[in-house]
Design a protein around this ligand. Structure first.
Ligand code: PMP
Length: 403
């Protein structure tokens, strides 16, 4: 195990106050705070190795390229991809899904083809596919929830037909904090020869992910949710599918030769990395992954699961508390009586407690519950039981004010 109190010291922002109160940061599902080593990696890259990657013969360009490609190897090892070139750097989960939707859509989808998503998707795993409804005429099919707010496996099985071409589902819900048995969902899709994308934005920071073991065809996540910088993320894809997909964006680096008559494209992963990549972001993301690995993702998972259980026990004692779904990971969504989530959020903020309120970019799920939104507390490796106690005390205080 590790000591979360000691680890906190490595996160400068956690030392600050808001409104003269100690900051209690419980909005980690939106973004995580950064350890000093990640902040320093960004400064170090710009201070000592900055030069455009891949194209230069000079010393700095080679150094930058080396570190960028080392970062790709760090990501590969972190998710256990088979090949380094199956790791494509993007701006984040959203761009990764847009890349797959646009490119897979162009290469393989036709009017009438069907793509399966679920009721608990983030907008970034709904809207890119909806764009294909408009552009190509595909149909979206939606996995419903069971009475206990889990993905309905039997209903999912029944959605498959000869028109089903793709499945795109989340590993862990950013609203409910529930982790879906995605391996089972992938196996079912593969029985129908249908590839699957797993949105790992909320799973990778909290549990060990092995893309080969999952047999995911695509797996995507964002750097900023796993202690890395903003603006960098990952698309993992199986080599054989990526090779058959058309490029997403055109520009430098993704080409082999350009003639006005005909352009040929670069090999993986560069085919999907048009333009100057965020090599500094990638280098700092690798630092963040090394930081997580040094603590041990299993240790982080154990700590966060303990915190979640500890929080649930106490939250359940609050009168008129309603917890949505059955959180098993790091996020808990709730409402207290008829206190509007925005009111609860604003008053908690005044106590120095940062939580998120609203639809969490998952409006279809919020509509399913027929509510205006939820309050969501989400944990990271540096949160403590005292912070959970403060959250609970804060909610009790606000609830009293509302009578
Ligand atoms: N999917 C899920 C499950 C998420 O939680 C988020 C971020 N809230 C995203 C996708 C989008 O991530 P990003 O904004 O980093 O692209």
């Amino acid at each position: 195990m590790y000591n979360p109190y000691e680890i906190r010291e490595e996160f400068p922002i956690l030392q600050r106050e808001v409104y003269g109160k100690k900051l209690i940061y419980l909005d980690n599902a939106a973004t995580t705070q950064k350890p000093l080593c990640v902040i320093e990696a960004i400064t170090e890259a710009y201070t000592n190795v900055n030069a455009n990657v891949h194209r230069g013969v000079h010393f700095l360009s080679q150094k930058a390229t080396e570190q960028y490609e080392d970062a790709r190897e760090t990501v590969r090892a972190f998710i256990n991809a088979r090949h380094r070139h199956e790791v494509i750097f993007t701006r984040g989960t959203t761009e990764s899904i847009n890349l797959v939707a646009a490119s897979f859509g162009e290469s393989f989808l036709q009017s009438g083809d069907e793509v399966i998503v679920s009721t608990m998707e983030h907008h970034s795993n709904i809207v890119p596919w909806q764009l294909l409804v408009e552009r190509i005429g595909i149909k979206l099919r939606v996995i419903p929830l069971t009475a206990d707010t889990k993905l309905d496996v039997e209903a999912y099985r029944a959605l498959f037909n000869e028109k089903t071409r793709f499945v795109s589902i989340t590993h862990t819900s950013n609203v409910l904090g529930v982790t879906n048995p995605v391996k089972e969902f992938i196996n079912i899709a593969h029985e129908h020869n249908v590839p699957v994308l797993i949105d790992g934005a909320q799973s990778v920071p909290h549990k060990k992910v092995d893309v080969q073991e999952l047999d995911a065809d695509f797996f995507v996540f964002s750097g900023h949710k796993i202690y890395g910088p903003t603006g960098i993320g990952v698309l993992y894809g199986k080599e054989e599918i990526l090779n058959r997909m058309s490029p997403y964006q055109g520009g430098g680096e993704m080409i082999q030769t350009v003639r006005f008559e005909k352009t040929t494209f670069n090999e993986l992963p560069y085919k999907f990395e048009a333009g100057t990549p965020d090599y500094v972001g990638a280098i700092a993301l690798a630092k963040a992954l090394d930081f997580v690995s040094a603590i041990g993702i299993e240790n982080i998972a154990a700590h966060e699961q303990y915190l979640t259980r500890y929080a649930l026990e106490q939250l359940k004692e609050i009168p008129a508390m309603h917890i949505f779904g059955q959180p098993d990971g790091s996020a808990i969504s709730f409402l207290v009586g008829d206190i509007h989530p925005a009111d609860l959020g604003t008053l908690l903020d005044r106590l120095g407690i940062a939580i998120r309120t609203g639809h969490h970019c998952a409006q279809p799920l919020i509509d399913y519950f027929g509510i205006p939104g939820t309050v969501r507390a989400s944990f990271a490796l540096y949160n403590t039981c005292e912070e959970v106690d403060a959250l609970v005390a804060g909610i009790n205080r606000v609830a009293k004010m509302f009578g």
